[in-house]
Design a protein around this ligand. Structure first.
Ligand code: HEM
Length: 523
């Protein structure tokens, strides 16, 4: 969730009254800081009351603004966003302090209106450090996203990826340029919902019953709402104004919660209505969570349905956009670099051949492909900044004071392009990862696309499988070319205003079959 980004969405609507009341609060907060004699990190000039809210561009993605601030003010800056402070760190040394050396001081989170209302104040992403977080994180890592559970769904992932590839080729028949964004996003949702509830909601030609059709429509509507709403309201910047709900944000969040409630309550009721044998055999995420809920020997025994729903929503919002965008950028990268595309396809042909479809087990045997995926994650990380961490007590960072409750984010995007760490950082060059000790697992401070420490992405293994399997299957089965005499250098890499790294201009590509898909499917 990108706090700074979403905060801007209401800037056009704030009111004189808010400014007046806000001024009083901010004055109190600031005077307290000064009284305590904090040596705070530098930052751009700020306005009274709103602080730096106006310094952030309305069109530029926040990580790009943060990167520019870092160039001007140094690797740690402090922004005042209404009533709260946010420190942004753009160097690998300081990132190491936050995520590794002093992880215990920076690994908390702050709640907000979205988490309080939509996530029932019960989810994991926004849980502060403490027993609740430890318990939820354990459920997530040990029960839902462990290697055994992931392998249980290998066939369904393969099936969804193949369906997406086949649909892409169908749409591209006759040389029609194909857009990947919608198809890949639907594929990611289907993969997630098959793991979560054993359901697919996209790409079905016919539904077995009206009820299924209705459920799909509800899911589509729900996801459309989730992806369009701001994750921040006035009450988040000025908590004492929350009760007035001037911008109607809290009301909007209650509406979203209602939608989630009616959808997930149905899913849970349906699971509860099925026989224990069916559930035991299937063990999707809902089955696992319901089993833990009733297992007297498990510490998750008795967790409420709200917790179950909040964790399911965490998986949905954490896991779909990030993975889809990473795949889309990778497609743009090989379209911009035909020499790289050829090497990738040659490697696949040599290692896997064309007689069967590439599988998850093959991914480890493709060193150039792996280097390519890392270079994509370096230049276009699916999550350009971490979720905001919160300092649990007054502490120090880079020679500055960080008061308790300051939100702290790491600008992964800036670190991944830091010339001190990466020679020619703006050059796309997968070779830099060949024979390199760097990997995606968070052990190396200069390259941590999934973070590290207590708040590291729990979906990392799933994300890497999804990202690599989809790309590998596309590369193995399709030929790609650019439409209308477009040259590789014309592929537009501009980013859209968004919390994740999204392409401003969705890429259109001509796709033809490289191998006969039906033959590969049978193999
Ligand atoms: C390419 C895809 C992905 C990338 C680049 C990515 C990256 C990240 C990053 C950088 C964080 C923040 C770490 C921090 O705050 O220090 C994060 C958190 C998180 N991610 Fe991912 N992620 C991806 C996919 C997924 C998937 C597939 C799932 C779930 C199935 C997932 C679930 C989560 C959750 C629940 C958190 C919050 C963890 C916590 O607060 O303890 N992510 N991810």
């Amino acid at each position: 969730m990108d706090v700074a980004l979403t905060a801007r969405s209401w800037l056009g609507q704030y009111y004189v009254e808010i400014i007046a009341i806000g001024a009083a609060l901010v004055a109190v907060l600031l005077s307290r800081s000064f009284r305590r004699g904090y040596k705070l990190p530098p930052g751009p000039p700020k306005w009274p009351v709103v602080g730096h809210l106006l310094s952030l561009s309305k069109t530029e993605p926040a990580h790009l603004s943060f990167t520019k601030f870092a160039e001007q003010y140094g690797p740690i800056i402090l922004l005042q966003l209404g009533g709260f402070r946010m420190a942004i760190v753009s160097s690998a040394e300081l990132e190491k302090e936050i995520l590794e050396t002093h992880d215990h001081l920076f690994a908390s989170r702050s709640s907000n209106i979205f988490s309080d209302v939509v996530l029932y104040g019960e989810d994991m992403i926004f849980a502060p450090l403490g027993d609740r977080f430890r318990k939820l994180r354990k459920i997530c890592v040990v029960e839902l996203l462990n290697a055994k559970r992931l392998s249980q769904f290998e066939d369904s992932r393969k099936d969804e990826v193949l369906k997406a590839v086949t649909r892409t080729l169908e749409d591209g028949r006759g040389g029609t340029p194909v857009r990947f964004d919608l198809k890949l996003s639907e594929m990611s949702f289907n993969i997630m919902t098959r793991m979560m509830f054993t359901k697919v909601y996209y790409g079905q030609k016919m539904y077995k019953s009206d009820k299924e059709g209705q459920e799909s429509n509800d899911f589509h509507r729900l996801m459309a709402t989730v992806t369009s709403v701001s994750t921040f309201g006035i009450g988040d910047c000025f908590p004492f104004l929350r009760r007035f709900d001037f911008d109607g944000y809290e009301k909007q969040m209650r509406g979203l919660r209602f939608q989630f409630d009616s959808f997930l309550d149905n899913v849970i009721a349906e699971h509860r209505g099925q026989s224990a044998d069916t559930r035991k055999e299937r063990m999707d995420f809902v089955d696992v969570l319901l089993q833990l809920q009733s297992d007297k020997n498990n510490e998750a025994h008795g967790v409420s349905d709200e917790v179950v729903k909040a964790l399911l929503i965490d998986m949905l919002i954490g896991g779909t956009d990030t993975a889809t965008n990473t795949i889309l950028w990778a497609i743009a990268m090989f379209m911009r670099h035909p020499d790289v595309l050829k090497k990738l396809q040659d490697e696949l042909e040599a290692v896997v051949g064309m007689g069967r479809v590439v599988e998850e087990a093959d991914l480890e045997s493709l060193p150039y492909f792996k280097a390519f995926c890392y270079e994509c994650l370096r230049m276009h990380p699916g999550a350009p900044v971490t979720v905001p961490h919160t300092a649990v007590k007054d502490t120090q960072l880079g020679g500055y004071d960080i008061p308790q409750d300051t939100r702290v984010i790491v600008n992964i995007y800036a670190i991944n392009r830091d010339p001190k760490l990466w020679p020619q950082p703006l050059e796309f060059n997968p070779d830099r990862f060949i024979n390199s000790p760097l990997d995606h697992k968070g052990k190396h401070f200069q390259f941590r696309p999934f973070g590290t420490g207590r708040r590291m992405c729990p979906g990392m293994n799933l994300a890497m499988i999804l990202f690599q399997l989809t790309l590998a299957q596309l590369l193995q089965t399709c030929n790609f070319s650019l439409p209308n005499g477009m040259k590789p250098e014309d592929v537009n890499l501009e980013e859209k205003f968004s919390a994740t790294t999204q392409m401003a201009h969705p890429l259109e590509v001509i796709v033809t079959p490289r191998v006969d898909i039906s033959h590969v499917l049978k193999a």
